[in-house]
Design a protein around this ligand. Structure first.
Ligand code: DGL
Length: 266
């Protein structure tokens, strides 16, 4: 049980930001990562489709022996986490990327907070609803920033194109006066620096990666499931090969990564 990997999934490279934080905080753990690149981006898909993809991917990760399944995608966390809990809660430990961030926010005393994310995540209203429940006095403004995921997946990161898109989105009047900004998409930490720079490094920019990795560590510890065998083996699967996935994965996980195609949709 202890040696089994941590199952992690996202639509593409975004969840690697969470996987990376997990490897830093829990270097003794093995991970099995699934990037559903055949269906990227998730942000434009219907809730039914996201639920279907998430269920099938969770089955795949459990069939590959995952001891935990971590939904490292905000869109899937918003649309599919409840149905995943209904279906798989008895079989495994399930974690998402929204609950831990909302819990963290409730420990901070923030008057106005911004959330950026995919069209799906923002239209679901999940962050607003959950923050309002836990921190009723915090004003929440949400903004869909749908070009950011394709931009990042295409490798436009530290250039004029990405700067122009980021500037255009973040200049939106609704974000004026925010004290903190939640990166409500696991792809966004890849451009975190440009985002912080836009706000002159004056506001707190929050992403789920470290927060979730620490929740995972506590969950494994509590259940006596930390891998103390010294045997670590990471596996990376995609549902469709994209050149960029391999490049970004190598950026996060120095050296060679073993990228395999898993044909779960045919
Ligand atoms: N990284 C994802 C998220 O956190 C997926 C974005 C997408 O594929 O549109 O929502």
């Amino acid at each position: 049980m202890k040696e089994q990997p941590i199952g992690i999934f996202d639509s593409g490279v975004g969840g690697l930001t969470v996987a990376h934080a997990i490897k830093q905080i829990l270097p003794g753990e093995s991970i099995i990562y699934f990037g559903d690149t055949a269906h990227l981006p998730y942000g434009d898909k219907s809730a039914e489709s996201i639920r279907y993809y998430s269920q099938r991917i969770t089955e795949f990760l459990l069939n590959h022996n995952s001891k935990v399944v971590l939904v490292a995608c905000n869109t899937a966390s918003a649309f599919a986490f409840d149905s995943l809990k209904k279906e798989f809660q008895e079989k495994t430990i399930l974690l998402d990327v929204i609950d831990p961030v909302v819990d963290y926010m409730s420990t901070r005393n923030i008057k106005k907070i911004g959330v950026i994310g995919t069209k799906g995540t923002i239209s679901s209203g999940t962050y607003e609803k959950m923050i309002k429940e836990k921190s009723p006095s915090t004003a929440v403004v949400s903004l869909a920033t749908p070009l950011l995921v394709p931009m990042i997946e295409e490798g436009f990161i530290f250039d004029d194109i990405s700067n122009a898109i980021i500037r255009t989105y973040l200049s939106n009047e609704s974000l004026a006066g925010i004290e903190a900004l939640i990166l409500g998409c696991t792809h966004y930490p890849i451009i975190r620096n440009q985002i912080s720079k836009f706000f002159n490094f004056n506001i707190e920019v929050i992403d789920s990666a470290r927060i979730v990795a620490m929740i995972l560590r506590d969950a494994l510890d509590k259940n006596n499931m930390l891998n103390d065998s010294g045997i670590v083996k990471d596996q990376f699967f995609v549902s469709d090969y994209t050149t960029y996935f391999g490049k970004i994965a190598k950026m996060f996980f120095e050296g060679e990564i073993n990228l395999m195609k898993a044909d779960i949709w045919s």
